[in-house]
Design a protein around this ligand. Structure first.
Ligand code: G3P
Ligand code: CA
Length: 232
């Protein structure tokens, strides 16, 4: 359900350099700037799948406390920036146009099964990723047809085995380990390689030139003109 015929531009937490991260406003901004997809982070709160990066609400809202310990009503009463609420995954699926890919990153404990249930009937391009490879394996077992990607913030010797065990569509790696050797290795195993998080146009062009499959950016406004020009 996710295809690729060009270098992918994915808005990181929406267009999080331009609007409050992981909000509907941020996703709308990214879409307006022409991204191929938007990335978001999900956690379970009070039985709901909510879109928020940190395990606490403190950094991104006017509240305090652990997401997992707040009621859904309390979470929804918080200001996530510019008057935006913390969205649910269901709201994002309803609001983001169906041709735009959604990359759901599993963050909190217990997300795999409810996310699998929610995404199972979706008819749109999807990618599910996580640093928690056991959680990603649980998701993949439930939804083997939805592409998945393990996340790596540092290189490890068993990457090929991890990717193979998940039948991963991609291996998504931090920019600091996105060397030609690592990208070539991942591509030689038949996996795509998406790189996070990139803000500079020169680095974006370099990553495209050395064989990366796409990138995540907080600033689609900076990179869309550069990458769209080289794709045309
Ligand atoms: O999926 C790429 C990136 O979002 C992973 O890091 O901390 O921004 O969720 P983080
Ligand atoms: Ca993320």
């Amino acid at each position: 359900m996710l295809t690729q015929d060009h270098f992918l531009l994915i808005g990181h937490r929406g267009a999080s350099g331009l609007a409050p991260e992981n909000t509907l406003a941020s996703f709308a901004k990214a879409v307006a700037l022409g991204v191929d997809g938007v990335e978001l982070d999900v956690r379970l709160a009070d039985g709901e799948i909510v879109v928020i990066h940190d395990e606490r609400v403190d950094r991104t809202t006017n509240g305090r406390g652990l997401v997992s310990e707040l009621s859904f009503d309390a979470l929804r009463g918080l200001d996530a920036g510019d008057g935006e609420r913390i969205p649910t995954l269901a709201e994002v699926l309803a609001e983001v146009p169906p041709q735009v890919a959604i990359n759901v990153e599993l963050k909190g404990a217990g997300c795999a099964a409810p996310v699998a249930e929610m995404l199972a009937g979706q008819r749109r391009p999807l990618l599910v990723s996580s640093f928690d490879h056991a959680a990603l394996a649980a998701f993949h077992a439930a939804c083997p047809d939805i592409p998945c990607a393990p996340l790596l913030h540092r290189w490890r010797q068993d990457v090929q085995a991890v990717a193979s065990g998940l039948d991963a569509w991609a291996v998504n790696i931090a920019d600091r380990i996105a060397t030609p050797a690592h990208i070539n290795a991942i591509r030689s195993w038949g996996r795509r390689c998406l790189v996070y998080t990139v803000g500079e146009p020169d680095r974006a062009r370099q990553l495209e030139a050395i064989g990366a499959s796409g990138l995540f950016t907080d600033y689609p406004d900076r990179l869309a003109p550069v990458l769209r020009r080289s794709n045309s």
